[in-house]
Design a protein around this ligand. Structure first.
Ligand SMILES: [Ca+2]
Ligand SMILES: [Ca+2]
Length: 366
């Protein structure tokens, strides 16, 4: 019996030994696609390392799958000076070259973690004027389009020697129906676009904010101040059904981290903004499909507005793109609008009438 058990044990060890050895090798030589700073989590902060490592090359991986599992990878000749992460970690797609194609595994594996993750939050949330988010109005109500302008540096305190920046825009998602994507980066200060790695991640329902990062990819740092980003979102169009009192609406910037040309962390302070969400009797009457009808939807060359109430007078018609730009506007009571020239996409029509506002999402297919 004892001998049989011993033989079984030997057999078990023989079967598992190669696997154990390979797992052990892997703890030293493996990479996890998307975790460029090798801290056990793939997120926006990894973009900062990617910018520094841009254009480097080394040994490609044999396994070029980008799923969130350990992949064996030989060390490259370069490492980051501040955290010693080998550049191979930045080659998330395993092709042996650091470029824009290494960004997407961060998004695919976003917030995935492995055993190296310590739980320490990267970045700081310190109140100050360096990075500001400003709302375009002081009040909003049901279905309103909100524009948030994000600005970096001030005339008194411009940023200097900045190679990249990561941060999260926290938005009170309980009031938000939609974040309009793609977000609009502004390139006056941080650009041109070709010199940047850009990243944004919004996971409705899973996250309390939108995660952003940019990094210079040509080794030339940013100095100065100016707008860097415009974010638009749509307030819940049932707000007045859900709340009877005005609601405070707050946006915050948190978990901010900058990196300079020496690869050291730059402290960037941040400040948000607030507004009031008006509800109930203070908001404009929303008209239902029983009163107004837009056809066809999806549309191609024209749309027709059917006003079902004789005494409801159309005062203004506005058609907006998904980025909030006006595509058509008229004070006339045109009931048939020529839209053949509009590019395919999502549009929002808003019709102001004597009895209230009718709004609808319209689609122009490709
Ligand atoms: Ca990481
Ligand atoms: Ca690569």
């Amino acid at each position: 019996m004892k001998l049989a058990k011993f033989k079984t044990s030997i057999l078990v060890i023989m079967i598992w030994l190669p696997l154990l050895i390979s797992a052990q090798d892997c703890s030293n030589f493996c990479v996890w696609p998307g975790d460029m700073n090798n801290n056990g989590v793939a997120n926006q902060f990894d973009i900062l390392q990617l910018g520094i490592a841009s254009n480097a090359s080394g040994l490609p991986r044999t396994d070029i799958d980008v799923g969130w599992t350990a992949k064996e990878a030989d060390d490259w000749s370069q490492s980051f000076s501040t955290n010693n992460a080998n550049y191979k970690h930045s080659d998330s797609n395993g092709d042996g070259f650091i470029d824009i194609n290494d960004i997407y595994p961060i998004g695919d594996n976003f917030n995935e973690k492995n055993g190296l993750f310590t739980g320490i939050q990267e970045g700081n949330t310190i109140l100050g004027p360096d990075l500001t988010a400003t709302l375009n109005q002081t009040t909003y109500t049901d279905g309103n389009l909100v524009t948030i302008n994000i600005n970096l540096g001030t005339a008194d305190k411009p940023v200097s020697d900045l190679m990249g920046l990561a941060f999260t825009l926290e938005i009170d998602t309980q009031y938000v129906q939609q974040v309009i994507e793609p977000v609009t980066w502004e390139f006056g200060l941080i650009g041109p676009e070709a010199d940047l790695f850009l990243f944004d991640k919004w996971e409705p329902g899973l996250s309390d904010g939108i995660h952003f990062a940019f990094a210079r990819n040509n080794g030339v740092p940013i100095n100065g101040f100016g707008p860097i980003l415009t974010v638009q979102l749509v307030i819940d169009d049932n707000l007045s059904l859900r709340y009877s009192e005005p609601q405070p609406y707050e946006i915050k910037i948190k978990d901010v981290l900058g990196i300079d040309s020496l690869e050291t962390d730059l402290l960037i302070t941040a400040q948000g903004d607030d507004a009031t969400l008006l509800v109930g009797s203070t908001s404009v009457q929303e008209l239902s499909d029983d009163i107004m009808l837009i056809q066809p939807n999806p549309f191609s060359d024209f749309i027709e507005i059917e006003n079902k109430l004789q005494d409801n007078i159309i005062e203004n018609i506005t058609l907006m793109t998904s980025l909030g730009k006006v595509a058509y506007q008229s004070n006339f009571k045109n009931q048939r609008i020529d839209v053949a020239h509009l590019v395919p996409g999502i549009y929002y029509i808003s019709i102001q009438t004597s009895k209230g506002i009718y709004s609808k999402k319209l689609v122009k297919p490709k």
